[in-house]
Design a protein around this ligand. Sequence first.
Ligand code: PLP
Length: 423
Amino acid sequence: IEARDAYTDARPGSAAIHARAREVMPGGNTRTVLFYTPFPTAMVRGEGCRLWDADGREYLDLCGEYTAGLFGHSETRILDAVKSAMDRGINLAAVGENEGRLAALICGRFPSVDQVRFTNSGTEANIMALAGARGFTGRTEVLAFRGGYHGGVFTFPVGVPVSPVNLPIPMRFADYNDAAGAAAAIREAGDRLAAVIVEPMQGSGGCIPATRDFLQALREATQETGALLIFDEVMTSRHGFGGLQQRLGITPDMTTFGKYMAGGMSFGAFGGRRDVMAVFDGHKPGAMPHAGTFNNNVLSMAAGCVAMGEIFDEAAAEALFARGETLREACNAAAAKHGVALHFTGVGSMMNPHFRKGPVTAPYKAGAEEEQMRELFFFDMLAAGIYLARRGMVALSLPVTDADCDRFLAAVEEFCAARKPVL
Ligand code: PLP
């Protein structure tokens, strides 16, 4: 309560913005993930990995726009690409050359992707991948995992029953990281199952990495039954030049992308095997439709070519991955030193705190005390000038330095010493 009161007192500007928005938007909000009580901090400016809020407070940005902010807020090559595209017209109602260039960059680095098409978001990318898989197989059902998040209505938190009224397609569910259970579910669904969709690390579910055995079991069972395996790499594609699929050495039939790939502009993409993607080939009679006014919007396409072609190369991907691994290990060592119930899971540059002793190998429904500790962690970090996702997730961006990581580590140590989470 004290931490919340201090938060409220220090942010009259954010409070006023929220109060006005509440009159005309339910909850004063248009992105569920940015909603929290008493009101969310409103940001007015960003530069590199720094943010400034409506009350003039400065923050180290470790939220990294939930991974879409990989390049930071003022990468000059991306700004230049967007400005020069804008100078030539914002929306030309025609194909352009950048979409083919960006497609070639993506096909050239992700092992599963022979061909790709673009969307406006990761949610749409998943909708279209599932539609494509259903069209290709002639089957209807899809298997997803508890704790998974694939955007918009495709959100499946553990312990919350999924209502069929939310879902546009018939779905089955299995437990994440339960290789035998998932393989059995795939075999049981047999020739009704069009696709299995899985995050190779659950992001929203708490940065829980999939085990190799689990993904391998999915690969084998889908090959047996003829269902397509779809990796949702909307968040995890940053974990290597060829995504997490390349790092793990497991190749799905289709992959979906989003977030950072257009340099922070809105973006999504789905791609995969040439024979599967052929269902969208307009040269063929009966091709599936995939329309969308902004699918090839010139700003995202221009920014994406620079982001993927010039900036986020193999060396940049590896350096970011290594920085994240080092930070996560240091945070866990700090928690262990203090003997507290705090454990960071994750892969590379993404990590999430859990207010329990590790290891944490599967998504779970947190108890009330854990949720309270999570809230306190978020408000304590804000008070220390560090901006995280409300669930505590860290997504490092390229401008983050070792000194920034040290600052976060020191804040984690202070939290352990002051709040002493126990469970
Ligand atoms: N898939 C995963 C794994 C995600 O984490 C997200 C967004 O957080 C999405 C899909 C949806 O992407 P978007 O928010 O661009 O619709």
